[in-house]
Design a binder for this molecule. Structure first.
Ligand code: FAD
Length: 507
């Protein structure tokens, strides 16, 4: 039996909450939380919830950027964070991941048991449940693709038209449409995934090298800033398309000028998972030599995806200090930006390098001050993308359609006090709208609508602001036939729209 937590339980106040305190609205809170340790418990709890006429929302790691899980007035949260057991593989599947497992646990478990890994995100405590249903990308994605590219089956609880809960095991041969929808269509849409199964997974790298550069805003000119941004983008647009470089992942963390510095962090290994030939890494670093970067510990570069203490060996590559680490140290040492307090996010995919106008626009907003608004720590994080993610044929078999991009951007802000909400959000909206009004048709102004430059937004970084555009589904699922396909799957497997949130697939 699942553990049922109601408002009279001392744990309720804590467990009803979102990690993002922007969504901490008591009036919207669920009336109960069902904590499930097994798929059977989840099936029973879901049946009870549906039969009682309550609305279920599904929660695994609870890291959703929006309020999809917690905004459920009087309903029930089906919480899978205790569903973490990794049953021994059987029936030809070699690897199983449970939705409640946190990514850090997944990395440890797969490594210790099998020496393999998933190309997934960097934050230790993100849950597999939401992460994998929304595609899953990370430091190894240029080398190995998205997590869903490797997925071979899922076990999922659906609710039939008469309200009966059924456990299905779907793969490319059994209910292939539902399987494809679970490969990146986004969580909370079709049912409750209770297990992710993989026939094959990439071998975990043996070692990686890390490097961090930091640039001083005090001495930064607009010319140097735009040159740095465009040198970064140019690499992924040209040299970064060569498979020899796919083991290189870099993040340019363009923090607001009030933060003092902005940084660039990278992780590298050769395609064989070793670091014998560091030439591609050096080549990349050399691009930034002329801008006088300061070498930095990762904490100063601002990117917490890479370890902040150095458990590895220091080496010299050209004029740079780098760290050589065993892969697991690098992966588990990087905490990601552990979310707490209030936060806001936006995203975009880029198919080409930045134009000078875009780089100038970023400079303008990152150096702009707004009276009374603290923008310290606000960041436009530009990640390298592409490589194996863009391999032919993957868009057709998954529901992650962005397969032509070379960079992925995430706009992030973290703060503590509700009084700061309005000013911070307004700055971020103005920045984003301005940036995405230059190279899109006027009717799509303010968004990275898919065109020759952009490829929309990432559903695992959902942004409720996009709902103000009638074409918001095309931002997340593209202009082609993916969204109509997902709508058909939704009608077929959740005809009563039991699973919904503010950005779920509209049947
Ligand atoms: C600090 C931080 C770092 C991040 N880094 C990365 C990164 O490097 N790469 C990346 O790709 N993403 C990253 N993300 C985004 C992350 O992938 C998403 O927020 C993800 O959806 C979180 O999953 P969750 O299970 O923790 O969240 P939850 O809040 O539990 O769920 C998110 C959504 O998925 C649904 N869902 C959850 N479990 C299931 C299930 N079992 N079956 C069906 N639907 C389900 C929920 O209903 C909700 O709609 C990061 C997020 C944070 C907060």
């Amino acid at each position: 039996m699942a553990i049922k937590i109601t408002p009279t339980d001392a744990r309720y106040a804590m467990l009803r909450r979102s990690r993002n305190l922007r969504w901490d609205n008591k009036a919207e809170a669920a009336a109960e939380i069902e904590m499930c340790e097994t798929a059977e418990q989840a099936a029973d709890a879901l049946q009870r919830i549906v039969s009682a006429g309550l609305r279920p929302t599904i929660r695994s790691g609870g890291h959703c950027y929006e309020d999809f899980v917690v905004n459920n007035p009087g309903g029930a949260i089906l919480d899978l964070s205790l569903l973490t057991s990794v049953a021994q593989a059987g029936d030809g599947e070699r690897y199983r991941i449970s939705p409640g497992q946190q990514l850090g646990e997944v990395y440890l478990d797969l490594y210790k048991r099998h020496g393999v890994t998933i190309p997934a995100g960097s934050c230790y405590s993100v849950g597999a449940g939401g992460h994998i249903t929304g595609a899953g990308f990370g430091v190894l994605s240029r080398l190995h693709g998205l997590t869903v590219d490797w997925l071979s089956a899922v076990e999922i609880l659906t609710v039939g038209s008469k309200g009966h809960v059924a456990l299905r095991r779907v793969d490319k041969d059994h209910e292939p449409d539902l399987f494809r929808a679970c490969r990146g269509g986004g969580g909370g849409n079709f049912g409750v995934v209770t297990c992710f199964l993989f026939d094959r997974l990439p071998v975990a790298p043996f070692e990686v090298t890390n490097a961090h550069l930091s640039f001083d805003w005090k001495t930064m000119t607009e010319d140097n800033f735009t040159a740095i941004v465009m040198a970064f983008g140019d690499y992924w647009d040209k040299r970064g398309r060569d498979p020899e470089t796919w083991g290189l992942f870099a993040g340019l963390g363009l923090t607001h000028a009030s933060s003092g510095r902005f940084g660039l962090s990278l992780q590298f290994c050769n395609p064989d998972g070793r670091c014998d030939d560091l030439k591609p890494m050096q080549e990349f670093l050399d691009r930034f030599q002329e801008f006088g970067p300061l070498e930095a510990a990762s904490s100063a570069s601002g990117d917490k995806r890479f370890p902040s203490r150095n458990p590895g060996a220091r080496e010299r590559v050209g004029q740079y200090n780098i760290e050589r680490l065993l892969w697991l140290d690098a992966t588990i040492g990087g905490s990601g930006t552990e979310q707490s307090g209030r936060a806001a996010y936006k995203s975009s995919y880029m198919k080409q390098n930045f134009t000078l106008a875009e780089a100038k626009c970023a400079y303008k907003h990152l150096t702009r001050t707004v009276p009374g608004v603290n923008l310290r720590g606000s960041v436009m994080a530009v990640d390298s993308y592409g490589g194996a993610v863009n391999a032919k044929g993957l868009a057709e078999v998954t529901s992650a359609c962005q397969r032509s991009s070379i960079m992925k951007l995430q706009f992030q802000q973290y703060w503590d006090h509700p009084e700061e909400d309005a000013g911070r959000l307004q700055w971020m909206r103005e920045f984003y709208t301005d940036l995405y009004s230059q190279q899109v048709e006027p009717r799509y102004a303010g968004t990275p609508y898919p065109n020759e430059y952009y490829e929309g937004c990432y559903i695992n970084y959902p942004d409720g602001d996009m709902l103000s555009y009638a074409f918001w589904p095309q931002l997340y699922w593209g202009e082609q036939d993916l969204y109509p396909f997902l709508q058909r799957v939704k009608r077929g497997y959740d005809s009563n729209n039991i699973f919904h949130h503010k950005m779920s697939i509209r049947a």
